[in-house]
Design a protein. Structure first.
Ligand SMILES: *Cc1c(COP(=O)(O)O)cnc(C)c1O
Length: 430
């Protein structure tokens, strides 16, 4: 008998979500990935200590930098995504903010679409500018000319989301990647709503993927977690990133050329930001995440099946004004959805209820299976009124740009029996 599935990258997605990156022979043959509940590891001897701290030897010394439980998680997501390296962080916002910090110096800019998760919009428009880093928003995310206008010599990345929140818009990733690369900058995506099962960003030219693993990757909604994955081909030494030139010089004698080049982004993210800013994911959380990810593909198949059925049901309902879901032929994103999301365009949809805010509120108050919560990507179905919650501090114009109106409800469709979900919405709409 051989147990080699952990390192066979030719295996299918579902096989790898169970096995990739974990070799039980290195962990007392424990079949479950052990939780290394310790803050520190013994250094062994003096020479090994030096090697660990000059990074010429890979190993664990202090758990904020790395630990064996998180390493399995990092290898597993890198395998599922098809990337060269990954890093686990304390939350989705930690993954995104540390990524931006790794890309920029004071004075630099990030070009981003406007249809972002609320926390990311605030980060780019309010928090980072206080440190001299500017988020420059693209006027029209469907028009490549708009992206060109948002790029200048200070721009260090283009930032997009795989499915916009909450309007479920899809951008033409390949075209944007070409534009980014023509300008010597990477394309960064927040792939939280799609997961690597529904969308493989690296197949379309994306260089860095960020996740709020709190959502679908976990699925059970029991932990806050973030991940960053790098594709590995981007040339960080192209003259546009002085911080990476310096990093390369500092580590080229200790870390192999191949590793340094293929994992430059996540290595610097770990050595600079995880170590000094400290947004560490606890091994316990990594363990919870690994449990959730074992069923990712199965859950997503059911999520998207249910979402498609519910979108079709809602679209023909007389009390519904409109439904935004790329799986509907009426969606302006239907064609892009077919190209980028052949397995289904996610399981989040937004719906405008006839009768304005009052009617939307009545639906919220009457659902019995759907939970009234701001989260998304849980195995359970969730409903929320974005204008009074996630998008509360935005102006009416900003909300409209994100597809949020007074009568908009956002639904995150779970894996319950779809008949029960439809019956619940039906009685609430009556
Ligand atoms: C939830 C979410 C985030 C933030 O993640 P946390 O884990 O809550 O910090 C970022 N992006 C998207 C798309 C999200 O849904």
């Amino acid at each position: 008998m051989s147990y080699e599935a952990y390192q066979d990258e030719t295996l299918g997605f579902t096989t790898r979500q169970l096995h990739a990156g974990y070799n039980p022979a290195l962990h007392y043959r424990s079949k479950a990935v052990p939780i290394y509940q310790t803050a520190v590891f013994e250094l062994g001897d003096y020479d090994r200590c030096v090697r660990l701290f000059d990074y010429s030897e890979e190993g664990d010394s202090y758990v904020r930098f790395s630990n064996p439980t998180n390493e399995v998680l990092e290898k597993r997501i890198a395998s599922l995504e098809g990337g060269s390296g990954a890093l686990a962080l304390a939350s989705g916002m930690a993954a995104i903010s540390n990524t931006f910090l790794n890309l920029t110096n004071s004075g630099d800019e990030i070009a981003a679409v406007q249809t972002l998760y609320g926390g990311s919009t605030t980060l780019l428009s309010h928090a980072l500018p206080e440190y001299g880093i500017t988020g420059r928003f693209v006027e029209d995310e469907n028009d490549i000319e708009s992206y060109k206008k948002a790029i200048n010599e200070k721009t260090k990345a283009i930032y997009i989301e795989s499915l916009g929140n909450p309007g479920m818009n899809i951008v033409d990733i390949e075209k944007i990647a070409d534009l980014a690369h023509a300008n010597g900058i990477p394309l960064v995506i927040d792939n939280t709503f799609a997961t690597p099962y529904l969308l493989k960003p690296f197949d379309y030219g994306v260089d860095i993927s960020c996740y709020s693993a709190t959502k679908y990757l976990a699925g059970h909604g029991i932990a806050i977690a973030g991940l960053v994955v790098e594709q590995g081909d981007f040339n960080w030494l192209n003259g546009r990133f002085p911080q990476f030139d310096a990093f390369y010089k500092e580590y080229k004698n200790q870390i192999s050329e191949e590793t340094l080049k293929r994992e430059m982004f996540t290595k610097r993210l770990r050595i600079r930001y995880l170590t000094d800013f400290g947004a560490h994911m606890s091994p316990q959380t990594a363990f919870y995440l690994l449990q959730g990810m074992e069923t990712l593909s199965l859950r997503l198949d059911r999520h998207t099946y249910n979402a498609q059925k519910i979108a079709e049901y809602l679209e023909q309902h007389p009390k519904v004004e409109s439904v935004s879901y790329p799986g509907l032929p009426s969606s302006p994103y239907y064609e892009l959805g077919k190209k980028y999301f052949p397995k289904g365009a996610g399981a989040i949809l937004s719906v405008r209820i006839r009768g304005g805010q009052k009617a939307a509120r009545r639906v919220l108050e009457r659902v019995r299976v759907f939970d009234y919560m701001v989260n998304v990507g849980d195995a359970k179905s969730l409903i929320v009124h974005p204008a009074s919650s996630t998008h509360f501090n935005q102006t009416v114009e900003e909300r409209a740009k994100a597809g949020v109106y007074d009568n908009t409800l956002r639904l995150s469709i779970g894996i319950e029996d779809v008949e029960d979900l439809i019956a619940d919405l039906d009685q609430a709409l009556q």
